[in-house]
Ligand binder design. Structure first.
Ligand SMILES: [Zn+2]
Length: 306
C-alpha cells in the first residue's frame, strides 16, 4: 500500500522527465469550480498558500515550477487591465520560468493542498525553500513597502480580524476578545495595525482606541457577511488582490501579531517564520488544529496509510 506522503513511482517518473515544468493551478477537486466548472471562487491566500506549497514540492524534487492561475478565470483575474491575461499571479510576482519553454505537468490535489500546519519548523522550512526568493513586481513592491513602513516605524502590534463570510469555515472570534487583548497591550505597543475585511470592526476599533493609534489601509471592506472577493460588484479585481497582499506583508513586519484560523494569518507566518504571535481560536478550532498537526507528523514519519 502507498504511504500517503510518498509519491508513486509512476508519478515520480512523469515529474522527473527532462524539461518538466510543474504547473500550479487550482486542481478543481474539493473546490467550487469542480461543481460549477467556470471560474475558481477561492480566496487570494488559499491560492497563494497552494502556490507556495507547489513551489516547495517542486523544489524538493529539484524540478522547475510555474504558477498558472490563468487556466480559467479566477476571482482576481483582471483581463481588461492586463490585456487578456487571466493569470493574476503575474500581476504581482515575476516568475523566472517561461511555461512555454518546457513540458507542462499540472499539480494534483493531494500534492499541494493548502493545509494549515501550525508548526514553527514547517514555517521555516517552507519559507526557506519557496517564499524567501519570491520576487514582487516593482510597482507592487513600492505599494507594499509604503504600508509596511508605516508599521515598521513604530512598535506595532499587527491584528488580523477575518469577518464577513469567515464563520462559514471556522467559528469566528468575537470582537470582545480583540478588545481585551488590545486593552492589555496599550502600554506595550505604540500602534495597532488592523488588517480586516470587516468595515464595522475597523470603525469600532478606531472609536475605541482613537485614530492616532490605529494603522490601516485604505481598502474595500465588507459591510455585511458577504466576502469582498466573491462580490462581483467590485470591478477592480486587481486592486482587491493588491490590498489583501499588502495587508499580509505589513502584518509580517509587525513586532508581534494577533492571528486567527485564516489563510491570511497563516501566510503571515510563511512570510515571516520567526513572527511572535497569539492565535485566537475557539476550542473546536484548537482541537482541529492539534489533530491536523498530529496527522501531519504521522504522515512525515510515513505511518499513516492512504
Ligand atoms: Zn477552484
Amino acid at each position: 500500500m502507498e504511504k500517503r506522503n510518498k509519491l508513486s513511482n509512476a508519478r515520480r517518473s512523469v515529474l522527473k522527465q527532462p524539461g518538466v515544468i510543474y504547473t500550479v493551478r487550482c486542481p478543481g477537486t474539493h473546490c467550487d469550480c469542480s461543481h460549477f466548472g467556470v471560474d475558481c471562487r477561492r480566496g487570494f491566500f488559499s491560492l497563494w498558500i497552494q502556490a507556495i506549497y507547489g513551489r516547495f514540492f517542486a523544489n524538493k524534487l529539484d524540478i522547475s515550477s510555474y504558477i498558472d492561475f490563468g487556466d480559467k478565470p479566477y476571482l482576481y483575474s483582471d483581463p481588461v487591465k492586463y490585456d487578456g491575461d487571466l493569470n493574476f499571479w503575474n500581476y504581482y510576482y515575476s516568475q523566472q520560468v517561461d511555461q512555454h519553454q518546457g513540458r507542462i505537468v499540472p499539480n494534483n490535489y493531494i500534492e499541494n493542498y493548502p493545509l494549515r500546519i501550525w508548526k514553527r519548523s514547517h514555517f521555516k522550512k517552507v519559507h526557506r525553500s519557496a517564499v524567501k526568493d519570491l520576487v514582487l513586481k516593482d510597482q507592487i513592491r513600492a505599494y507594499v513597502r509604503l504600508l509596511s513602513e508605516r508599521c515598521r516605524r513604530y512598535h506595532t502590534l499587527g491584528v488580523h480580524i477575518r469577518g464577513s463570510d469567515h464563520s462559514v469555515e471556522v467559528e469566528t472570534v468575537p470582537l470582545e476578545r480583540y478588545f481585551r487583548i488590545l486593552d492589555k497591550n496599550l502600554k506595550k505597543y505604540e500602534k495597532f495595525f488592523i488588517s480586516t475585511d470587516d468595515s464595522k470592526a475597523l470603525t469600532l476599533l478606531i472609536k475605541e482606541f482613537g485614530e492616532d493609534r490605529i494603522i490601516s489601509q485604505e481598502a474595500v471592506r465588507s459591510e455585511n457577511d458577504q466576502a469582498i472577493h466573491t462580490n462581483m460588484q467590485h470591478p477592480d479585481r486587481y486592486r482587491l488582490g493588491l490590498q489583501v497582499l499588502a495587508d499580509c506583508y505589513a502584518l509580517s513586519v509587525c513586532q508581534a501579531a494577533v492571528l486567527v484560523h485564516s489563510n491570511v494569518s497563516y501566510a503571515v507566518l510563511l512570510l515571516n517564520p520567526k513572527m511572535r504571535y497569539t492565535l485566537l481560536e475557539s476550542s473546536r478550532s484548537r482541537r482541529s488544529r492539534l489533530r491536523t498537526g498530529a496527522l501531519y507528523t504521522l504522515d512525515r514519519w510515513g505511518i499513516r496509510k492512504m
